[in-house]
Design a protein around this ligand. Sequence first.
Ligand SMILES: NC(=O)c1ccc[n+]([C@@H]2O[C@H](COP(=O)([O-])OP(=O)(O)OC[C@H]3O[C@@H](n4cnc5c(N)ncnc54)[C@H](O)[C@@H]3O)[C@@H](O)[C@H]2O)c1
Ligand SMILES: O=C(O)C[C@H](O)C(=O)O
Length: 332
Amino acid sequence: MSEPIRVLVTGAAGQIGYSLLYSLANGDVFGKDQAIILHLLDITPALGALGGVKFELEDCSLPLLRDVVCTDQETVAFKDIDVAVLVGAMPRREGMERKDLLAANVRIFKSQGAALDQYAKKTVKVLVVGNPANTNCLICSKNAPSIPSENFSCLTRLDHNRAKAQVALKVGVTTDKVRQVTIWGNHSSTQFPDVRHAKVTLNNGETKQAYDAIQDENWIKNSFIPVVQKRGAAIIAARKLSSAMSAAKAICDHLRDWWFGTPNDDWVSMGVVSDGSYGIEKGLVYSFPIKCQNRTWSIVQGLEINDWARDLMTKTAQELIQERDDAFDATK
Ligand SMILES: NC(=O)c1ccc[n+]([C@@H]2O[C@H](COP(=O)([O-])OP(=O)(O)OC[C@H]3O[C@@H](n4cnc5c(N)ncnc54)[C@H](O)[C@@H]3O)[C@@H](O)[C@H]2O)c1
Ligand SMILES: O=C(O)C[C@H](O)C(=O)O
C-alpha cells in the first residue's frame, strides 16, 4: 500500500460532490491499493451540510479512506494536495448559457489558482469542472505560474461520453464498442462532437468507421451534433438541476485515464492548454483528442481536418477567445 495521496474536491457539499466522493474514496479512480485523504472545501454556510457528508463517508467504512478534512479555508484545503477537482461554482439554470456564469465564477478560479500556486504540491494535477470550465481552467492556470500548465485540464469527458452513448444507441451496440470519438473546443453549445475518425465494432465482430456503421450523415449533422451540444440544457430543463451523476462519472473517467493511461486503440477528450496543434491559438484551454501515459497527456496528432470540420473548430475557438477576453476584464 503506497503513501496516501491528498485529493481536494471543492464545492464538496454540492450535488456533484455527493455523487463523486464515494468513487474517489473507494479506489475506483486511483486504484484499490492507493490510500487517500480527502480535502473537502465549501463556503462557510455549507459547512453544516459538509459535516453530514463526512459522517456518510465514515459510515461507508472504506479502508482506503484515511482522513476527511472539511474546511472553508483555502489555506487548509490546498495544502500539499496531489490532485484538485475544482467543482465549487454556481451552476446554470434554465435559459442560461454556461458563459453567463463567467462573471460569478471566474473570481473563484483566480483565487483558487493563487492558492494552488502557494500551497499545493508542484506536481498537483488539476481538473476544473465548474462552468464555464475551459475559461475557469485558463484563469486558474494563469494564477498559478509555478505549476506547469500541463497540470491543468478541464472536463469535456462528459460530452465525450454523451457522444459515445448517442452513437452506440444509433448503431445498436454497447458503448464500449465505440472508440476514437473527439470533442473539440469549448464545453458549451459551440463544441464540435466529431465522429469522422471514430470506429464502431458491430455485434458480428466487424469493426467499421462510425460513418459507415451509422450510414446516415443527415443524422450526424442534424441530430447527433446538436443533441450532444445541448445535452446539458436538456437535463436542466428536465431535472431543474444540472447533471450530477453523469458529471461525477465523467470526472472519475477523466482522472483515472490521466492517472493510469488510455487504452492503445482509443483516445479521450480533455480540455488542455493549446500548444497550437490543429491551428488552435496557443494558450486557449481547448478540448482535443488526448492520449495519456505515465500520468502525462499528449494531443493525438495528424487527424485529417476538412473544411466543414475546420469551420466548426474555428467557431468554438472564437467563442473561447471572447470568453478569455471577458474573463481577463472581469478579474482585472
Ligand atoms: N464541465 C462539466 O462537464 C460540468 C458538468 C456538470 C456541472 N458542471 C458545473 O459544476 C459546477 C457545480 O455543479 P453542482 O451541480 O455540483 O452545483 P451545486 O450548486 O450543487 O454545488 C456547488 C457547490 O459549490 C459550492 N461553492 C460555491 N462557491 C464556492 C467557493 N468559492 N469555494 C468552494 N465551494 C464553493 C456551493 O456552496 C455548493 O456546495 C457548476 O458550475 C456546474 O455548472 C460542469
Ligand atoms: O449544462 C450545464 O450547465 C451543466 C453541465 O455543464 C453539463 O454539461 O451537463
